[in-house]
Design a binder for this molecule. Structure first.
Ligand code: PGA
Length: 249
């Protein structure tokens, strides 16, 4: 399976900076001499259209960082999944820990978003992960198992979505899980998914949390890792491109 390198720009940048970054990636991809992984950039809502216009027709896809499950209606401040499709998005991040924590998003809401995205032809990137306390108390697999069963719809096809394992304590902290810890969790998720749906082990599985150009190869070489979800470093053209080039398939 071709790997995925996904950049989550979070609430960063101006319109001009977002356009510059997108144009920079476009130039890199045009000059690329090796097979590339899937590349997805997820800018802030106001810049989705201008980033999409720059990347249109290139292999780089655009994703959103969240989406409302209802098609339209009185939801002040929200952006619907169908509006995201309308402006060219192909992916949407769902259940990021920053949404779960700062917006109290429940598993029921996350599941609705996933269902609605799949129905609209938008591929959700479901983020799951344990807290530091969960890991210290040996509860990692229990917590992950619970997220898998409560966040996911009862039926979907393996290619409908992507799962990103992001230990909360590794996001933006510079702390990293050991390779064997990542493999253990991803292996566990694959096993859980295969009991959940036919072909569940084929769902692409990413690692995310403090990824940079120096540590990316150590994750991209792991058998269960189908790609990376990159936060802070995805705003740095050269370093993100190094990560793209570290993809192994
Ligand atoms: P980080 O963020 O790479 O800055 O740790 C990852 C994420 O939140 O998706």
């Amino acid at each position: 399976m071709q790997q995925y390198i996904i950049g989550n720009w979070k609430m960063n940048g101006t319109k001009a900076e977002s356009q510059k970054l997108a144009a920079g990636f476009l130039k890199r991809i045009q000059e690329a001499t090796r097979p590339l992984p899937h590349i997805v950039l997820c800018p802030s809502y106001p810049y989705l259209t201008s980033v999409f216009e720059i990347l249109k027709g290139s292999p780089i896809e655009v994703g959103a960082q969240d989406g409302h499950p209802e098609k339209s209606g009185s939801f002040t401040g929200d952006v619907s999944i169908s509006q995201l499709v309308d402006v060219g998005c192909k992916y949407v991040i769902v259940g990021h820990s920053e949404r779960r924590n700062f917006h109290q998003e429940s598993s029921a809401l996350i599941r609705k978003k996933i269902e609605s995205a799949i129905k609209a032809g938008l591929r959700p990137i479901l983020c799951i992960g344990e807290t530091e306390k969960d890991r210290e108390t040996g509860k990692t697999l229990e917590v992950i198992g619970h997220q898998v069963t409560s966040d996911l719809p009862s039926s979907f096809m393996p290619h409908d979505l992507i799962i990103a394992y992001e230990p909360l304590w590794a996001i933006g902290t510079g702390k990293l899980p050991k390779q064997e810890e990542v493999e253990e969790v991803l292996g566990f998720i694959k096993h859980e998914l295969s009991t959940h749906i036919a072909g569940g082990a084929l769902v692409p599985m990413l690692y995310g949390g403090s990824v940079n150009a120096a540590n990316a190869p150590s994750f991209l070489n792991l058998p269960h890792v189908d790609g990376l979800l990159v936060g802070g470093v995805s705003l740095k053209l050269d370093e993100f491109w190094e990560i793209v080039n570290a993809s192994t398939r």
